[in-house]
Design a protein around this ligand. Structure first.
Ligand SMILES: [Zn+2]
Ligand SMILES: [Zn+2]
Length: 500
């Protein structure tokens, strides 16, 4: 049953199942700010943990950093953000709404048509009126107001540091995490005794006062970044290429592979090279990884070759040398930087979109989040088949407590088993464990239980019964990517399709 997912469906699932809520909702919400609910918080943690492990812990050439959000204001002079991190804005003189000058023709516009007795029409983006041929010149929203000439509007959030506002220092909420890495380049180099090439990774919040944010958590005022600055010696050559070009290529391939390793479908990912006009003035080459969201192909992450621009700028503004001593050539060099930069929230949105499936099972609709086990917010759900049987409940609670020492586990006894399975499918729980009468037996009838519980697989809906003492190791095997078939073969007789 191929069905294309709409953002409306996804937003509603996210709210209903506790992934993402609108911020300050009881007060009517605040534009483009979102809160991660219990399952969203787990999912987000899992994405960050996987990224950190794969990019920092597993690599001998990487280290981590956690820099502060508030930085010395000169950082943003040096980086160019104070002068150039701007969007051209226009205001409507009637309704006072504000628009990005370069995006005016991307939304439908309101038009009072003289050829149609002044009646109001919504004209498609960028098109002239079909009745009178007029093009939009007034405010697209109210259709009446003149627009001011474009003015440059800085995207950084500003605040004040100090007790008395008049004497306080103007500081900014960082618009990117990258600068925290650049200004710590020498600290890390010295403290960790690094040799080029090496990288510094950071996960943290950044803030941008975007006037036209939108598409749920795709573009928001407050967001989280996973950024790497990978420093290379521009004088080195690797495989016949300059080191920066070689490593840029490697990071592009590696980044694409990372999303696929956690289940993202290859046909929904593509690479887009920035052309000359689009490139930032300091960048030698930039490639975006785009994902096919329900609203179209959009940037998931960017991988830029920023050359030595940032380190040179900070050296100039701070008066501190930010160089590396090349032992071989006996000279100081300013490293080039490759910057793979991904948004946590965007990655989370893409993983959710990609995981979403609708299937028909025995005439009923099944909604499924086919999340990679490592990303799934809940790894195992423990479900007692009869909530009034004390021995079943006691056994199930014991299993829950034992598994919870290692994984995010949920316990649910508030519906019939079929319903409980569907609930877990909808939030992407890879495995359910069911305790039933066969597990504990029936004392009144003098029947002994078999001491086994049922593991049910989310994707195939197949089941296998395993002895309780082996449950943890079997789940570990499965969550580590072990084959379902291998496990069912070992416990053979109990494997069966889902019943009920
Ligand atoms: Zn207006
Ligand atoms: Zn018209």
């Amino acid at each position: 049953m191929a069905m294309s997912l709409t953002m409306e469906t996804l937003v509603s699932l996210c709210k209903r199942r506790g992934f993402i809520f609108q911020s300050s909702e009881i007060y009517g919400g605040i534009a483009s700010c979102w809160d991660y609910g219990p399952l969203g918080a787990e999912l987000k943690q899992n994405i960050k943990r996987a990224w950190w492990r794969d990019h920092v812990q597993l690599r001998p050439d990487m280290v981590g950093l956690d820099a502060s959000i508030l930085m010395h204001p000169t950082v943003w002079k040096a980086s160019g953000h104070v002068d150039h991190f701007t969007d051209p804005m226009v205001d409507c003189r009637e309704c006072r709404r504000r628009f990005r000058a370069d995006k005016l023709d991307e939304t439908p516009w309101t038009h009072y048509c003289s050829a149609k007795k002044g009646n109001k029409f919504a004209v498609p983006p960028g098109e002239p009126c079909a009745h009178c041929g007029t093009r939009r010149s007034l405010c697209p929203e109210c259709g009446k107001g003149e627009l001011t000439p474009p003015r440059q509007f800085n995207l950084m959030f500003r605040t004040f540091m100090g007790a008395v506002e008049e004497e306080a220092t103007l500081v900014y909420l960082r618009p990117e995490t990258a600068q925290g890495i650049f200004v710590n380049f020498d600290n890390v180099l010295q403290a960790m005794r690094r040799k080029l090439p090496f990288g510094i990774a950071q996960i943290g919040k950044a803030f941008r006062n975007e006037i036209t944010p939108g598409n749920f958590i795709f573009r928001t005022h407050e967001f989280e970044q996973m950024e790497i600055e990978y420093f290379v010696n521009p004088n080195d050559t690797v495989n016949g290429k300059s080191a920066d070009e070689y490593w840029h290529e490697r990071w592009i391939e590696g980044s694409l592979a990372w999303f696929q390793r956690y289940g993202m479908r290859a046909e929904r990912l593509r690479l887009r090279e920035h052309d000359k006009e689009e490139l930032a003035h300091y960048a030698k080459r930039t490639a975006d990884i785009e994902y096919r969201f329900p609203f179209g192909w959009s940037e998931l992450m960017g991988i830029a070759n920023r050359t030595d621009f940032d380190l040179r700028q900070h050296a100039q503004w701070s008066g501190k040398a930010l160089t590396y001593f090349d032992e071989e050539r006996k000279e100081h060099v300013v490293p080039y930087v490759i910057e793979p930069s991904a948004g946590v929230d965007r990655a989370l949105l893409a993983f959710l979109v990609d995981a979403y499936r609708e299937e028909e099972v025995r005439g009923e609709r099944r909604v499924l989040l086919k999340l990679h086990p490592e990303l799934a917010p809940v790894k195992v759900a423990v479900l007692p088949l009869l909530k009034k049987r004390e021995d079943i409940v006691r056994t199930a609670q014991g299993i829950r407590a034992e598994l919870a020492r290692r994984w995010a586990v949920s316990y649910d006894d508030t519906a019939a088993i079929g319903r409980l399975y569907r609930r877990q499918d909808e939030v992407g729980t890879p495995f359910c464990v069911t305790v039933d009468v066969r597990t504990v037996g029936d004392a009144e009838r003098a029947e002994r239980g078999d001491g086994r519980v049922t593991i049910r697989d989310r994707d195939s809906m197949q089941q296998v019964r395993v002895p309780i003492p082996e449950l943890r190791s079997v789940l570990q095997e499965l969550l580590d990517g072990g084959e379902w078939g291998t496990v069912t073969a070992r416990f053979g007789a109990g494997a069966s399709p889902e019943a009920g």
